[in-house]
Write a protein that binds this ligand. Structure first.
Ligand SMILES: NC(=O)c1ccc[n+]([C@@H]2O[C@H](COP(=O)([O-])OP(=O)(O)OC[C@H]3O[C@@H](n4cnc5c(N)ncnc54)[C@H](O)[C@@H]3O)[C@@H](O)[C@H]2O)c1
Length: 533
């Protein structure tokens, strides 16, 4: 199956029927027979539901008694719904309900072998809770934090038994997001992580192991998509809607980066961008954008405020229609650079589109001059190849034309309007949509894909997780159509490396320096999933 055929972003959520079926897990001997959940909010209730379904007796505690009742009601309603649909046996539902128990005091959790906290995201509150639990629970009890952004090592530093504490990071909504990060702090006993990983499997989730680093795996690997898209817009390459269309149609993302930011809302996504950037001491690969800072300040948060990058009417994004292909009376002949990426494929495409192709060593005075660089902008290619910039247009050929649903052309500052229109009309002849963008080192797709692959490669280089766990975390946690390393392999590690090298030349920005993981594997033609013996 090619990457284009794979389910796009967020479509990783299986259809409703399959989702529910997979939520019902046969009661088994849970690794932890008694589990405490502290914090009965959005996350705590989901974790409680899965722990009960895995076979544990669950004690649910919250400082707000109303939160416990409402969490229990919500989970019970889910089970009742399943019974109503015939997907859960009534007796099993009754058993589930009997094992989801409200705790009126923290002391009720004393016999638990595992306590998962999902309280407010504050270091002081979590540290105080763990200190209390440590006194209350037996010496072998496991303490787990669902924190998204706090260091497990730092949380453990104030404990008597830091070896018993690990991160157990679920995603929202917990029953549907089938991945959980198991995070080891510097002092965590590896056996604690093994037990949590086994319990995650009993809950029907895929555990991925991460070292205690900012953003762990998913929130770290996700930095490339939005930040590079924001750079493209801030550089004036294309508008939000065009970038979204290109990445959906060329790569297979279900949501474009701006649609995604509108869904998650900027009051959530902008602070994550800033937090990972600062925690990595201003690593340029994660650099956030003034665009989101300003829109956040202006209250343009996304869907939930009715306006973000798009304006929403009754929940539907208002998007201006794309400009149609221009009508061109006389199509000029086309000359294709000998250095074009996928040149043979491009020549065949030009023939299929009925272009008059010039075969001379240089373009005739009237020819539309076509280039297809990797990482370089059109201006640089025109200058280096001594082409007339007024007639030079670029096409992004990183992704095979046969598999992409859209073609992307780029002009340079000198490109004449008649040449731009001719290229737009020519490449639209078979009905495939065409986006024409301003000059960009790496168009849109090359830049964004290279940023994603590079960050993922560096996560592996730093030993934060294994390549396989990275792929699982990103496909299940972010819903990308393919794991970043598989994406890099499909496009060719050497091509991705070339894109980054050339982008570094164009922009002089260390943001684009290739990770040693990618650099070495790309240089000697190894898979990006390859691990050293
Ligand atoms: N919501 C998400 O998308 C998401 C995803 C992954 C991880 N997380 C993390 O999970 C944790 C919980 O997030 P949430 O979205 O469920 O929050 P929430 O606000 O929905 O629920 C938090 C609950 O904790 C209770 N609480 C606060 N302090 C407490 C304390 N000291 N003792 C007992 N109960 C206390 C509150 O009354 C509230 O009911 C946070 O650490 C958050 O960063 C959230």
């Amino acid at each position: 199956m090619g990457w284009r055929d794979r389910p796009p972003i967020l479509a990783h959520r299986p259809p409703i029927r399959r989702r529910w079926r997979s939520a019902i897990i046969k009661v088994m001997n849970a690794i932890f027979s008694e589990v405490g959940i502290v914090g009965a909010g959005a996350m705590g209730r989901g974790i409680a539901q899965l722990a009960v379904q895995a076979g544990s007796t669950v004690w649910l505690f919250d400082t707000e008694p109303r939160a416990i009742a409402s969490a229990r009601d919500a989970v019970v309603a889910q089970w009742d719904k399943l019974v109503g649909k015939g997907r859960l046996d009534g007796a099993q539902a009754a058993d589930y309900k009997s094992r989801l128990r409200p705790a009126d005091a923290l002391a009720s959790l004393a016999a638990c072998g595992l306590v998962v906290e999902a309280i407010v995201e504050r270091q002081d509150a979590k540290a105080a809770l763990f200190s209390q639990l440590e006194v209350l629970l037996g010496p072998t009890a496991v303490l787990a934090s669902n924190t998204s952004s706090l260091s497990i090592t730092a949380l453990g530093a104030t404990l008597q038994r830091p070896q018993q504490l690990a991160g157990f990071h679920f995603f929202n909504p917990v029953p549907l997001m089938k991945v959980v990060e198991v995070i080891a702090g510097l002092k965590t006993d590896p056996g604690v992580c093994d037990a949590l990983a086994s319990f995650a499997r009993q809950m029907g989730h895929t555990p991925v192991r991460a070292q205690d680093t900012p953003g762990f795996i998913v929130n770290h690997a996700g930095r490339g998509y939005g930040t590079e898209a924001l750079r493209l817009v801030s550089e004036g390459v294309a508008d939000f809607a065009t970038v979204d269309r290109i990445l959906k149609d060329q790569v297979g993302f279900k949501l474009g980066p701006f649609e995604l930011m509108d869904l998650t809302a900027l009051d959530v996504s902008h602070p994550v961008m800033e937090s990972v950037y600062h925690q990595y001491y201003e690593e340029p690969r994660y650099r956030p954008s003034v665009i989101t800072a300003q829109r956040l300040a202006g209250g343009l948060l996304g869907r939930k405020t009715g306006e973000g990058f798009y304006r929403y009417e009754q929940g539907i994004a208002q998007v201006s229609p794309e400009p149609g292909a221009p009508v061109v009376d006389e199509m000029p002949p086309v000359w294709l650079s000998p250095r074009a990426a996928r040149r043979a494929e491009l020549l065949l495409l030009l023939k299929q589109l009925g272009a008059r192709i010039e075969t001379g060593p240089s373009p005739s005075p009237h020819a539309l001059t076509l280039v297809a660089p990797l990482g370089f902008d059109i201006t640089t290619v025109a200058a280096v190849e001594r082409l007339d910039p007024a007639r030079t247009i670029g096409i992004d050929m990183l992704v095979d034309d046969a598999t992409t649903k859209r073609r992307v052309l780029a002009t340079n500052p000198a490109t004449r309007a008649d040449m731009r229109q001719a290229a737009h009309a020519l490449f639209s002849r078979d009905g495939k949509p065409v986006s024409v963008i301003r000059d960009s080192g790496g168009f849109v797709t090359q830049r964004v894909v290279a940023a994603i692959v590079n960050i993922a490669s560096d996560i592996c280089q730093q030993g934060i997780c294994s390549p396989q766990d990275l792929e699982s975390a990103v496909t299940l946690g972010l819903g990308y159509p393919l794991g970043p390393l598989a994406m890099g392999n499909l496009l060719g590690p050497t091509n991705v490396l070339e894109v980054l090298f050339n982008m570094q030349t164009v922009y002089g920005d260390p943001r684009y320096r290739p990770s040693p993981w990618l650099r070495r594997r790309g240089a000697i033609g190894l898979s990006l999933l390859h691990q050293e013996d």
